[in-house]
Design a protein around this ligand. Structure first.
Ligand SMILES: [Ca+2]
Length: 392
């Protein structure tokens, strides 16, 4: 067994420079491909000056938080009172642009604003990764879909070449989405519109371009002007009838299965709807229409579409869900997350400053607090631990 050890060490020592060499060669080939596709060589050089993969991007590319967290945590974070208030203020400030986008593309202004609010907190948080480096990292050192990342990189550079976006401003999510409503570069190239008419499609610097482009995207995703997207419903206890976003039947036919509107009103007229039970029959139920699918097309997750649809309803003055999530430990808003971190810091479970983002450090601190309380360790930021530590 011992003899294997030096061999293994030698293998690692050889592998590391080989990987570095491969990476350098891959970056060089990306530059060549960009120039061949019409990107100025100086732009390609400035964009792709990286000598090693971005480790943070590689790390993030292996986790998909939307699939791991309970729906009530996801919703509590994305549709909190702060995002509703901020959204209503932003809708007032940009009323003319939203009205123009609604008129031209037929997409309800509350939906456009909700996408803006969820994607970038109304332009406050567009991501801080230099896009060419993030995409080149994924194209040259990522675990999968390297050709996809490569194509997105080429699309991003073509936008710089066209003068839509300055290279120095090309920052976004680790996964390539950028701007106020987080378009992928290829989608941007295809569907972004110059809605303020200055000759550039600038979804980072121009709210009008971002909101107009989002409306254009949803229209292309078959948004039906004037049609509803979702209504909260109630199902009988132990409901076992049809469900699913795509299993659409005439709205009024749902009463045959004992499904009613949560607000007690009659169904009335309406397009066919499918039934969503994101937390099973004991939780809130939703009748969703074809327009819900248009939102789903923006980001393929039902939880995402639910967050947009509900935030839009809240922005329009609608109430929170009438049926609570089936849990005794609901999720936390962003304000509560920050307060929880403050409480953990005050009790010496967590070092540093609160940032409102529940990362690995916060989860370790929550586990320690749970342990001290004699609770099972979950590391989850919920109402129970928040209150146990003195929250509100
Ligand atoms: Ca513009």
């Amino acid at each position: 067994m011992k003899a294997l050890l030096p061999l293994a060490v030698a293998a690692i020592a050889v592998a590391a420079p080989a990987a570095a060499q491969n990476f350098t060669a891959c970056i060089a080939s990306l530059k060549q491909a960009a120039v061949r596709s019409g990107v100025n060589a100086a732009i390609a050089d400035r964009a792709l000056g990286l000598t090693a993969p971005d480790e943070k991007v590689l790390r993030l590319s292996t986790v998909q938080p939307e699939y791991d967290i309970p729906i009530w945590d996801y919703m509590a974070y994305l549709v909190d009172e702060q995002r509703v208030r901020d959204g209503q203020a932003m809708m007032q400030r940009h009323a003319a642009v939203l009205q123009a986008a609604e008129r031209r593309f037929g997409v309800d202004r509350h939906i456009i604003a909700a996408v803006w609010g969820v994607e970038s907190d109304y332009g406050r948080d567009m991501g801080d990764n230099f896009l060419p480096h993030a995409l080149a990292t994924l194209a040259c050192a990522g675990e999968s879909r390297r050709n996809f990342w490569r194509a997105e990189l080429m699309a991003a550079l073509s936008l710089v070449q066209r003068g839509d976006i300055a290279l120095e401003k090309l920052y976004g999510s680790w996964a390539g989405a950028f701007g106020q409503t987080q378009f992928m570069p290829s989608v941007y190239r295809r569907l972004a519109v110059d809605f303020d008419g200055d000759g550039h499609r600038d979804l980072i610097g121009s709210v009008a371009d971002a909101l107009g482009s989002t409306a254009n995207y949803l229209r292309r995703a078959k948004w039906q002007p004037g049609a509803p997207w979702m209504i909260e419903a109630k199902v009988p206890a132990g409901y076992a009838g049809p469900q699913g976003r795509r299993h659409r039947i005439p709205l009024a036919a749902w009463s045959r299965y004992g499904v009613v509107r949560a607000d007690g009103k009659p169904f009335g007229e309406g397009p066919p709807a499918g039934l969503l039970l994101p937390a099973g029959p004991a939780g809130p139920a939703f009748l969703v229409f074809a327009n819900f699918d248009a939102i789903y097309a923006y980001n393929h997750a039902e939880s995402y579409a639910l967050a947009i649809a509900h935030l839009a309803d809240r922005l329009a003055g609608g109430p929170p869900f009438r049926t609570p999530w089936p849990t005794d430990d609901p999720g936390l808003s962003r304000v509560e997350r920050r307060q929880l971190q403050q409480l953990l810091i005050a009790k010496n479970y967590l070092p540093g400053q609160p940032d409102g983002k529940i990362g690995e450090q916060s989860r370790v601190a929550i586990r320690a607090a749970e342990r001290a309380l004699g609770w099972p360790e979950t590391g989850r930021a919920g109402q129970k631990i928040y209150r146990a530590l003195g929250g509100r």
